[in-house]
Design a protein around this ligand. Structure first.
Ligand SMILES: Nc1ncnc2c1ncn2[C@@H]1O[C@H](COP(=O)(O)OP(=O)(O)OP(=O)(O)O)[C@@H](O)[C@H]1O
Ligand SMILES: [Mg+2]
Length: 477
């Protein structure tokens, strides 16, 4: 067994600390182990005999450091903070888990933690899954409460991005994952200071990193804006890709996406939300971004009742679910589902007949195929299925451009059974049972495919002909 990877099969038994576990099978692909790949490591779902599911995370060599033990001990103190269930973890070392590491050396400084149900926010964004206005508010309220709770304790996640935020949609419950590089007075400095991810990165973080107490302020503002805006069809339709904003347009005050988002937030939820987002967007430093407590406070004034979502597959209820509680301060009540998509006229008018570049956010004429600023292909048909036009919501202004239909996730595709994790280098997300989304490891081709073409066959034919003629001449001679 190599030190780089662990070779695990679906349903393989694995004993950790004397307790037996089974490697879970991928819910959509029988025979495939359920493994998620991140930038720094792998997360495997394990099942205990009593049915409890756990996450086994192990790291690539570079990130397999003894400090992970110190981090886990410090995180234990934060495990009761809402949103940090993943902090309850056991780290494997040569002294504590000798037999396990003899069998699987790559698990050194790996860990076992609770499996957090749901999907990542990244999953919902990449699949352009529609949500209701109520869900938008409840998710943003939950996320702001978690991040403001950390802020109040002078700790920060430091890598707020869609892939690190687990969302349980029905309960509007949020948990943070990837918490090994959190900032805290008692937490050791990570191997590499987290610098923020594409679509969520403050202009100062690329150089200076964001391992600091206010490290969540910008990424948090973008995440909350995405959550609040996601019920609006124009926000989903104009999303850059894996995150709403393209990396290169972040903090550009002229960005069309920024203006659309700011206007959607102000129009649907009241000017204070739009202003909070604007302040974060225009901030020179992380410290200049509004505190996460300010977001929590502004969001707490938007009334929603505690009724469960009517149906995940029909995210917009027939009538808006708004409690009788009066909104405190200037926040507007929830926009009705019918009204969603009819609010911010300014940004909408500006986007009429236009298409936003997925790469840089430039506003292009919708007839163009390539972005006039960066040359990126922006024509339709590159990545999206063709069936995307929907009629305008009743009472809404004519849609400025095709809007995304509530899209079904692509059906599961045949993936070769991969028993060699050394070769797993990409991950795709496929639909699982009940419309859930799962990331599926796939094996890339070992070499670029060689395509036979007519020219190649002609050359082969010519060579064969010449050889034949030479042979005939030789024999006749
Ligand atoms: N405790 C958990 N329960 C359920 N899923 C999890 C858990 N921890 C991680 N995941 C899943 O695994 C993926 C990768 O995990 P994680 O972000 O911790 O890895 P990483 O390599 O540190 O990531 P990054 O690329 O952000 O550095 C997450 O996006 C999430 O889908
Ligand atoms: Mg991650």
């Amino acid at each position: 067994m190599g030190r780089a990877h662990v070779k695990l099969d679906a349903n393989e038994r694995i004993a950790i600390g004397g307790q037996p576990y089974r490697v879970a099978e991928h819910p959509a692909l029988p025979g495939i182990p359920y493994i998620q790949r991140g930038g720094r490591g792998f997360v495997v779902q394990l099942i205990r005999p009593d049915g409890e599911r756990l996450a086994l995370k192990y790291f690539k060599l570079k990130y397999r450091v003894p400090e992970l033990v110190t981090v886990a001990a410090a995180l234990e103190r934060y495990a009761d903070i809402p949103g940090l269930r993943a902090a309850r973890r056991t780290v494997f070392t040569r002294t504590t888990h000798t037999a396990l590491l003899d069998q699987y050396p790559a698990l050194e400084y790996g860990m076992l933690m609770p499996w957090l149900p749901g999907v990542t926010w990244y999953d919902l964004v990449t699949t352009k899954t529609p949500i209701s206005p109520r869900e938008s508010v409840r998710l943003a309220q939950a996320a702001s409460a978690i991040m403001a709770g950390l802020e109040a304790r002078a700790v920060a996640h430091c890598d707020i991005a869609g892939g690190n935020v687990m969302v349980e949609r029905r309960a509007a419950h949020i948990e943070l994952v990837d918490i090994e590089e959190m900032y805290g007075a008692d937490l050791p400095r990570p191997v590499e200071a987290p610098a923020g991810q594409d679509g969520y990165q403050h202009r100062t973080s690329r150089e200076g990193g964001q391992w600091r107490p206010d490290g969540d302020r910008f990424g948090g503002a973008v995440l909350l804006a995405e959550m609040l805006g996601w019920n609006d069809g124009r926000i989903r339709a104009n999303s850059a890709d894996e995150h709403f904003f393209a990396a290169s347009e972040l903090q550009d005050p002229d960005s069309g996406r920024y203006q659309l988002m700011r206007d959607v937030l102000s129009g649907a939820f009241g000017p204070p939300l739009g202003e909070l987002f604007e302040a974060a967007w225009r901030s020179a430093t992380l410290a200049d971004c509004p505190a996460l407590a300010a977001w929590r406070e502004a969001l707490s004034t938007i009334p929603v009742d505690d009724q469960p979502e009517t149906s995940a597959s029909h995210p917009r209820p027939a009538s808006p679910v708004v409690s009788g509680r009066r909104a405190v301060g200037p926040a507007a009540p929830l926009p009705s589902p019918e009204a969603a998509g009819s609010g911010p006229e300014v940004a909408t008018a500006r986007l009429e007949g236009k298409r936003l570049c997925r790469n840089c956010g430039e506003v292009n004429d919708s007839r163009e195929s390539f972005c006039r600023r960066c040359g990126f292909y922006i024509g339709i048909g590159a990545r999206r299925p063709a069936s995307v036009t929907v009629p305008a919501a009743p009472g809404a202004a004519a849609p400025p451009q095709p809007q995304s239909q509530p899209q079904k996730a692509p059906p599961p595709q045949a993936v070769p059974l991969n028993r060699n994790l050394d070769e797993v280098i990409t991950a795709r997300r496929l639909a699982g049972p009940q419309g859930t989304l799962q990331r599926v490891e796939t094996r890339p081709p070992a070499e670029p495919p060689v395509q036979a073409n007519i020219g190649a066959w002609l050359v082969v034919g010519l060579i064969a002909l010449v050889v034949l003629v030479v042979l005939i001449l030789a024999i006749s001679g």
